[in-house]
Design a protein around this ligand. Structure first.
Ligand SMILES: [Zn+2]
Length: 244
């Protein structure tokens, strides 16, 4: 039997240690919720042969942005999924939202990488080969990375719609489309990345729910089903193959 390569997913539980993230009116800390959801999601993914899930942190430890991003530099990760909980001054605001990196930020990251000859980032084999054979062709490098980013963005938008579809069944959606942001955690030039805000900790109802194990599991399960459906979908996995 042909051994198929597993889809590696890096799950990033937001905040941790000295950085609690947002705090709810009844004291719930974002870093606790993100870790619980991340651990549940990792278990679900690793019970499926299709996936290999890894956590950026598996306990209440502090991890700098640099350390989180370094985890992506040297390995082939199919997707970074960063888990957060939102906050607002207005207590009535609630619901889930998804964030992906803005094109401006990504083009900036690509330019920085190309002008910095010391930075080493691992790309897929095809891209590594092209880079090796065209060491001094900056224009070509930039074009390849821009194209790859366009593919990543398509993937992120498609995957977001799968995630919304599952969330719709269990929770209110705050914004129905992915939002674009210049977030450091999403700006790795070799990995598609999505950030999920799993509700508002500043909303009394959502804080109450986010505190419970059953709701943390529900959120993790919705993300898992979305990932499974997305990666099983043949036409989309063909797009994926083309970018590898
Ligand atoms: Zn956060």
């Amino acid at each position: 039997m042909k051994k198929t390569k597993k889809i590696t997913i890096l799950i990033d539980a937001g905040h941790g240690g000295q950085d609690p993230g947002s705090i709810g009116h009844n004291g719930l800390k974002e870093k606790e919720v993100t870790l619980k959801i991340a651990i549940n999601l990792k278990k679900l993914l690793n019970n499926n042969k299709m996936f290999h899930a890894v956590l950026t942190r598996n306990n209440d430890s502090y991890l700098s942005l640099k350390k989180r991003k370094n985890l992506l530099k040297n390995q082939k990760t199919s997707l970074l999924l960063s888990i957060h909980v939102d906050s607002s001054r207005q207590q009535y605001v609630s619901g889930i939202s998804i964030w992906i990196v803005s094109s401006n930020r990504m083009y900036r990251e690509i330019n920085n990488f190309i002008s910095d000859k010391t930075e080493k980032i691992y790309f897929s084999k095809n891209i590594e080969d092209i880079f090796k054979n065209n060491k001094n062709d900056m224009y070509l490098k930039k074009t390849i990375l821009d194209l790859q980013f366009n593919n990543f963005q398509t993937m992120e938008i498609n995957l977001s719609s799968y995630i919304f579809q599952e969330f719709k069944k269990i929770v209110k959606i705050n914004k129905k489309r992915p939002n674009y942001a210049s977030l450091g955690i999403l700006s790795s030039i070799n990995t598609p990345s999505i950030l999920i805000e799993t509700g508002f900790i500043t909303n009394f109802e959502e804080e109450k729910k986010l505190r419970t194990i059953s709701y943390q599991k529900k959120i993790a399960n919705a993300i898992y089903i979305a990932l499974k459906n997305y990666f099983q979908n043949k036409s989309i996995s063909n797009v994926l193959k083309n970018i590898e």
